[in-house]
Write a protein that binds this ligand. Sequence first.
Ligand code: AP5
Ligand code: MG
Length: 206
Amino acid sequence: MKLIFLGPPGAGKGTQALGVSSRLNVPHISTGNMLRAAVRNETPMGLAAKKFMDAGKLVPDEVLIEMVRERLSMVDCKPGYLLDGFPRTVEQAEALEQIASPDRVINIAVPDECLLDRLTGRRVCGKCSGTFHISKLTDPGVCPVCGWTLTHRDDDQPVTIRQRLKVYHEQTAPLIGYYEGKGKITTVNGDCPPEEVLASILAALE
Ligand code: AP5
Ligand code: MG
């Protein structure tokens, strides 16, 4: 299965991808996680990408398309993939058609007014990749799954979140129509508890 998760920042793409990729036995490929790893490792690409990410803007298409082309050529992608955060522009979607056309697209819909709180309250684990909201944590600094230190993403500040939402509406939301035209997209309600979102996604994939 070649699957895409589409949705605004904070829709729950990463949260849902963990459960869905293990069920489908395909790798979870988050371009945001790949870029953040490149930033941490201070690679030339990571250093160039950081400027865009910190400003809440998209990293240029040619960088992302090459990164995804290389990742999808790896042997673990033979059974398929779950792409989270790619494509984000029509140009990226057109490139993906040439690399490995997706079978299905799940659009996780959440109203903008819910997203600011989700993102300002998000804490992430650098070890197990767990994603949590501070309201659900007894200790906001410690991962409840593996005990590692939790951090707040650099781009989860209110000003940057507003910019990311603007970019989403201008550049990424048109992909909903793009995949409707191909008859591949299902929209699920992401504004309900995570277990309900997962159930809707699995039902859509049956
Ligand atoms: P990326 O890392 O992809 O960020 P994003 O798309 O903005 O999405 P997020 O990771 O913020 O949200 P999510 O949907 O994964 O939500 P999550 O599950 O964490 O990209 C970052 C940057 O990299 C971009 O801005 C850009 O600069 C660059 N980039 C990446 N890909 C690119 C591309 N293709 N082209 C160009 N540039 C690119 O959940 C969020 C919070 O909500 C958590 O606290 C979670 O606990 C909570 N939550 C989750 N589900 C629920 C629920 N059902 N109910 C209540 N709370 C929930
Ligand atoms: Mg994510």
